[in-house]
Write a protein that binds this ligand. Structure first.
Ligand code: C2E
Ligand code: MG
Ligand code: MG
Ligand code: MG
Length: 271
């Protein structure tokens, strides 16, 4: 009996795996098509504010995929698919180009663009980056590339690219900081300009004094090592006030603004 059941369970499991793989394959194909079509994939921009003055400092470019049948699909879900399908390079170039063009219309604002570690490991990445800057005319000082802490911990081979990027005058930020378990010692040796505190710590402020202590310590360490610091996921006034009080430089979150299409930012800045 037990044996028969086990077999059935296993057959069920195989069917489920089949379905999952077919689904993923389907999405991969859809994503390739979407990239070619260019109307399903759009770049949104989320405003980032100076904590001290509460004035606009710049934007983060965030990809959106409006799937014709499934509706919006989160980048948390489709970026890994793009990475595995080998199309993250094309997707990354698309975002970069759009973001630099938008930044040219939005003077004095910085533009942060998320970069996959796979792009950063590409030998030609620096050249492609320079080509986009040349084509759009954006000053490198206005561009910041965000790489996740976890990716940086597992990669390691992109040090030369990172160095070249920073030599060009482009800044680099460690994204989702605090989730990748870097040792503090390691942080002082990674060549970046900014760290972005992951939103889960900011969201923990209400329940946990540990999260507050942790963020306070990260801010202190960042400043001691001359790193700028941004907090993401700021959703309410209490979080904003605490972050400002401990000296966090930039703030980003729904408390200020949600990511919006370029046309909305155009309208906002025209006012
Ligand atoms: P991320 O780079 O850490 O971006 C911040 C995420 O937090 C965004 O999610 C943003 O919409 C969300 N967020 C901002 N403020 C708040 C808030 O107050 N509360 C909450 N709950 N969330 C907030 P999104 O747009 O879904 O992007 C998810 C992740 O996907 C990004 O995290 C980034 O890792 C990745 N991603 C997005 N666009 C790109 C891209 O163009 N290239 C690459 N490689 N990755 C991207
Ligand atoms: Mg980011
Ligand atoms: Mg982040
Ligand atoms: Mg994130």
């Amino acid at each position: 009996h037990a044996k028969a059941n086990g077999r059935n369970d296993f057959a069920g499991f195989e069917d489920e795996m089949d379905a999952l793989l077919r689904n993923r394959h389907r999405l991969e194909t859809d994503l390739r098509e979407a990239l070619g079509a260019n109307d399903q994939i759009e770049v949104y921009y989320q405003p980032i504010y100076c904590a001290r003055t509460e004035t606009l400092n710049g934007f983060e470019a965030l990809l959106r995929w409006h799937h014709p049948a499934r509706g919006p699909i989160s980048p948390e879900f489709f970026i890994p698919i793009a990475e595995e399908a080998g199309i993250i390079g094309d997707l990354g170039q698309f975002v970069l180009r759009q973001a630099c063009e938008a930044a040219m219309r939005w003077p004095d604002q910085t533009m942060a663009v998320n970069v996959s570690i796979l792009e950063l490991q590409d030998m030609d990445y620096v050249q492609k980056l320079a080509a986009v800057l040349a084509a759009t005319g954006l000053a490198p000082e206005r561009l910041e590339l965000e790489v996740t802490e976890t990716a940086m911990l597992t990669a390691g081979t992109c040090e030369e690219n990172l160095k070249a990027i920073r030599m060009m005058g482009i800044r680099v930020a460690l994204d989702d900081f605090g989730t990748g378990f870097s040792s503090l010692g390691r942080l002082t040796r990674i060549d970046v300009d900014r760290i972005k505190i992951d939103k889960t710590f900011v969201h923990g402020f209400d329940q946990s004094s540990n999260d507050k202590a942790m963020v306070r310590a990260i801010v202190e360490l960042a400043h001691a090592t001359r790193l700028a610091i941004t907090a993401e996921g700021v959703e309410n006034r209490a979080q904003m006030e605490f972050l400002r009080e401990i000296g966090c430089d930039l703030l980003q979150g729904f408390y200020y603004a949600k990511p919006a299409p370029a046309a909305e930012i155009d309208a906002l800045l025209a006012k």
